[in-house]
Ligand binder design. Sequence first.
Ligand code: AMP
Ligand code: GLY
Length: 416
Amino acid sequence: MTNVLVVGSGGREHALAWRVSQSDMVDTVYTAPGNGGTPDNIPIQPEDIGRLADFAAERGCFTIVGPEAPLAAGIVDAFTERGLDIFGPTQAAARLESSKAWAKGFMGRHRIRTARSAVFDDASKAAEYVDSVDYDVVIKADGLAAGKGVVVCGSVQEAKDAIRSIMEQERFGGAGRRIVIEERLSGVESSYIAMCDGRVAAPMATSQDHKRIYDNDEGPNTGGMGAYSPAPHVDADMADTIQSEIIDRTLSGMKEERCPLTGFLYAGIMIQDGTPYVLEYNVRMGDPECQPIVMRMDFDLYEYAAAAASGKLASMPPPRWRPEHAVCVVLAARGYPGAYPKGQPISIPHTDEHTTVFHAGTARRDGQLLSSGGRVLGVTSLGGTLRQAVERAYRAADGIGWSGKYCRRDIAAKAL
Ligand code: AMP
Ligand code: GLY
């Protein structure tokens, strides 16, 4: 038996902790700092790598890292140096997510299909480039910007405005000192996530996120307003293509460049005219994609993460998935992704046995559950059909007592 430490405080981390706590091989699952739904919270922030390592050493924990910031800051390198077991990429491997310019260069070196692009450190050269190309573009801050550093542009003027706001007004701080300008693709988006041990990748179930705040994909981008699994537009053939031409090539490329990738590899994919292109890499689970994916896991997540961390994924059977559909509806605080109130009381009634309410921005004070963030809960249901999963998730979401809640009403509607 071992203890597990999950680093992070969102819906993804609650979902990971919930699934890992069902393992016969696991004793206590701690979450640092956790939220109002995770049972054993440790008040250490994800950036406080030294104290996290002290805690993991003292309690004999295997550590799983949720968010990208500590990975980019080198938490895996620091734990490994101290002989502590941890599942996640090294700082060098995390460049796939922490520098979009590096990731684009990497894809070029290893023939991984992605949109045409150029990198700029200079705003006036960037603006000239926008004038010189005959297609719509997307402007991306190079560094980490909490999933918000991308502006999809519909005109040259919009692109120039985005360049000015990112590079000169530093809308995303230092993350936007360098930018990537990329051809705007169109098609169907999908999240393809695999568990990696440096050499091989075990694919997770397919899923799709809903990035915009309003129904019909309108309004500003958010961290994600809901997700479902499986994603019907990624059939077995498409999954094979993505696995061989994107995931496997990424792993072998990283090995060749002497920064093998261990951890979750998340490829944000655009399928355009039947061909998959990489929009972005993340080196962690998606949030909210993680919530429906863990609900469908028919294997011991701890066992697989431990095998991956020690380079032994090849000796494990392929992960098994429950045949049901899973849908996660995110309940956000009205106003998100702009300003929103915090500290509002929430009551969660008993849900049916097919539904789990994962917490994200919640906290408990004197026994009362309160909202404490923008994305607050992820109501996640299984169903024999996608329609049944959707109905169950919305029935549970509508029963939650909280005056300030907002959710999209069309999660998974595209697939119905
Ligand atoms: P990212 O943070 O890179 O996933 O980008 C956020 C969102 O911007 C994606 O989910 C897409 O909807 C959109 N996006 C990013 N790159 C492109 C592109 N080259 N063409 C069209 N849309 C894009
Ligand atoms: N749901 C998108 C992300 O985790 O980046």
